[in-house]
Design a protein around this ligand. Structure first.
Ligand SMILES: NC(=O)c1ccc[n+]([C@@H]2O[C@H](COP(=O)([O-])OP(=O)(O)OC[C@H]3O[C@@H](n4cnc5c(N)ncnc54)[C@H](OP(=O)(O)O)[C@@H]3O)[C@@H](O)[C@H]2O)c1
Length: 347
């Protein structure tokens, strides 16, 4: 199949493109800065901008299905959540109709809801609703925070550990359930191939639920031998700071990120819950942050680079072993796991 992947240059997109190629698919890589995909075997790089009416015209021509990942975590002057996430998705739905494509897999986020405090999660819900109202064969996937080579969360925490102390929002006990990127891309590829996923909303969480401070502990074990003092900052104060200041590296301290650390996701009664297989452990994190024998921290974008000719040829040549069986059942059955397939052990 020829699969259009929006957000192919991002963290999740880079992993997904590799998996699709190794599964024998062709990829149409879409995003604003897709130049690095130019000229690769079985990949077409097509510029696309979700914020403009003309930016997505014709981008799905010749494709069989869409996996829509593109999105933002922080607003800028020219990129607002509603415009990029909800508006951009509506544009792509129209474009899918125009191109005669019916299969559309969308990556939303855990906690997406019309009632969420976070504008990001409300925009995600708006995008979901646009899909549900369409007559496309849609699947909506709502992952928890995703970790793995090139991730945002672990790399940002590692940045934060350069400070002499570790600021924690509130008491740091907000529960998170990090899911490994391999588990996520598997579910996306499985969803494409299984008609039982059509019309389903799927929550993806990791095999463990942990307090946020335990996630910080794991990253600290890998990044530094020194245990830094924790400084607990009242959530209200952090929200206020996030409104006015950019006090952290990158865009770590945005109101949306604070909501992630303080607002536990509500009950998701309308969704199936799938549980990933790869638990967040120091050795898994070390493998991409500081591989054996490397004292230097590997920069985020080098942890999973956009593949070059050689890598693409190897992906195509070597193919992929059996993928885990994913069962897209009904919500009545409760949690459904990614079947024990040995995938986690093989990776
Ligand atoms: N990472 C997580 O922990 C996590 C958790 C839950 C859900 N998600 C969702 O998963 C999806 C992928 O996340 P990610 O971590 O891969 O994000 P990412 O690394 O920030 O990548 C975002 C992608 O979106 C593209 N993009 C941004 N604005 C665009 C625009 N106006 N037009 C076209 N493309 C645009 C970017 O490409 P260019 O800059 O080249 O345009 C980039 O490829 C997102 O929808 C995110 O909300 C992620």
């Amino acid at each position: 199949m020829r699969i259009a992947v929006t957000g192919a240059t991002g963290f999740l997109g880079r992993h997904l493109v590799r998996l699709l190629l190794s599964c024998g698919h062709e990829v149409c890589a879409l995003g604003r800065r897709v130049g690095d995909y130019n000229g690769l075997e079985r990949v077409s790089a097509i510029p696309m901008d979700l914020t403009s009416d003309t930016g997505s015209l014709g981008v799905f021509d010749g494709c069989d299905a869409v996996i829509h990942l593109a999105g933002i975590f922080a607003e800028g002057r020219r990129q607002r959540f509603d415009q990029v996430i909800r508006g951009g998705t509506k544009r792509l739905i129209a474009e899918a109709h125009r191109a005669g494509i019916s299969r559309f897999v969308y990556v939303s986020a855990r906690g997406a809801s019309a009632a969420a405090r976070s504008k990001f999660l409300r925009a995600k819900y708006g995008a979901e609703e646009a899909l549900r109202a369409s007559d496309l064969d849609w699947t909506i996937v709502r992952p928890s925070v995703i970790y793995g080579p090139g991730d945002h969360i672990v790399n940002r925490l590692a940045d934060l550990l350069r400070w002499p102390f570790v600021p924690l929002v509130g008491d740091g006990t907000t529960e998170v359930s990090p899911i490994h990127v391999d588990d996520v891309v598997h579910v996306l590829v499985a969803a494409l191939g299984q008609s039982s996923s059509i019309g389903k909303t799927v929550v993806l969480r990791g095999p463990e639920v942990m307090p946020f401070h335990s996630l910080v502990d794991v990253v600290e074990d890998v990044s530094t031998r020194m245990r830094r003092p924790r400084v607990h900052i009242h959530a209200g104060l952090v929200r206020l700071a996030a409104r006015f200041l950019a006090v952290c590296p990158g865009d770590l301290l945005t109101r949306e990120r604070v909501a992630l650390f303080t607002d536990p996701p509500g009950e998701e009664v309308d969704a199936i819950v799938l549980t990933g297989e790869i638990p967040l452990r120091a050795d898994v994190v070390r493998e991409y942050l500081h591989p054996a024998g490397t004292r230097r921290r590997i920069p985020r974008t080098e942890q999973v680079p956009i593949p070059n000719d050689e890598v693409v040829a190897a992906l195509i040549r070597n193919g992929h072993g059996p993928l885990p069986r994913v069962v897209f059942g009904s919500t009545e059955g409760g949690s459904i796991g990614i079947a024990n397939s040995g995938w986690a052990q093989a990776h």
